[in-house]
Design a protein around this ligand. Structure first.
Ligand code: HEM
Ligand code: HEM
Length: 237
């Protein structure tokens, strides 16, 4: 099989199974998804609190529990993101794909427009890709990588506030508060970024399931066992 080494486009030859997503990428993906399933509802409740019943708040500790669960899931989200960023440097070519899209490659740009043509029903066939197609790369960089970075920084800045100015936490993350002009703006940006990430997640889930059914290659299975396989009779064969 002939593959363009920079863009990952399959140029021709017999299609073969390829190992794309290494274990750390797959573990990060599913751990991060589970963390987000917890972070979004608990975060929503922090922003729009519910009093949680009729009893004395001290005894139910309802809101405290919601915050604790949010912080535990946030720890999973942050640690898995840090491991994922380490894997950008330690992992294979595909581990870099959404963090450093190869915008210097002419074939990558041509692939971007051909892929857009396919989604706009202007082309019947999508080019075949070993990793993400260029459009997916750009979308994942702009929506996931940037969004996760912002939600982590604003989250850590909000978390630091409880320790007060002059604490180690505030020395590390207080600058986000100063940069955004105060706690309320940090909270607003954190909250809005949740919607940004959730919009990405919904579109992403639609796309991966649709591509799994419609395209010539494995998609959902690739994020489970790491292997990109090609369906019998797939293009470029
Ligand atoms: C996908 C990831 C995350 C989502 C969807 C999310 C969502 C939210 C939302 C919607 C709020 C309420 C904001 C408001 O007051 O309107 C919130 C609050 C908060 N989040 Fe997150 N968050 C995420 C990750 C994080 C991370 C990584 C941290 C880091 C420690 C964090 C720490 C906090 C803190 C400290 C608060 C304020 C709690 C309070 O004031 O009681 N969050 N989050
Ligand atoms: C909170 C929800 C989710 C988020 C934020 C998310 C995020 C991501 C990101 C950022 C990537 C790129 C990985 C990389 O190249 O480093 C990815 C890939 C992938 N995700 Fe998700 N994901 C979510 C849920 C799901 C679900 C529910 C499924 C399965 C139905 C899924 C299936 C996949 C697959 C198959 C890939 C690889 C696509 C390919 O082979 O080109 N994701 N996801």
């Amino acid at each position: 099989m002939v593959v363009d080494p920079v863009s990952g486009e399959v140029l021709g030859g017999k299609l073969q199974q390829v190992y794309v997503y290494e274990a750390p990428v797959r573990i990060w993906h599913w751990a991060m998804m589970l963390a987000m399933l917890v972070l979004a509802p608990t975060g929503y409740l922090i922003g729009s609190p519910w009093n949680g019943g009729t009893g004395e708040a001290t005894f139910s500790y309802f809101f405290g529990t919601i915050r604790l669960v949010h912080f535990l899931a946030a720890a999973v989200f942050v640690v898995s993101f840090v491991v994922r960023v380490y894997w950008v440097f330690a992992g294979n070519h595909h581990a870099r794909s959404i963090f450093l899209p190869p915008v210097w490659s002419g074939r990558w740009w041509s692939g971007l427009f051909r892929q857009m043509g396919y989604y706009l029903f202007l082309r019947k066939e999508s080019p075949a890709w070993i990793g993400h197609n260029p459009l997916a790369q750009i979308a994942m960089f702009a929506m996931y990588v940037v969004g996760a970075f912002i939600i982590i920084l604003t989250g850590l800045s909000l978390f630091s506030e409880q320790f007060g100015w002059g604490s180690v936490w505030m020395n590390l993350f207080g600058w986000v508060n100063v940069l955004l002009g105060g706690s309320q703006m940090v909270r607003l940006v954190h909250h809005l970024t949740m919607y940004y990430l959730l919009i990405f997640a919904v579109i992403h889930m639609y796309m991966v399931i649709r591509e799994d059914v419609m395209s010539g290659e494995s998609v959902v299975g690739t994020m489970i066992n790491g292997l990109r396989t090609f369906k019998a009779g797939a293009h470029k064969g």
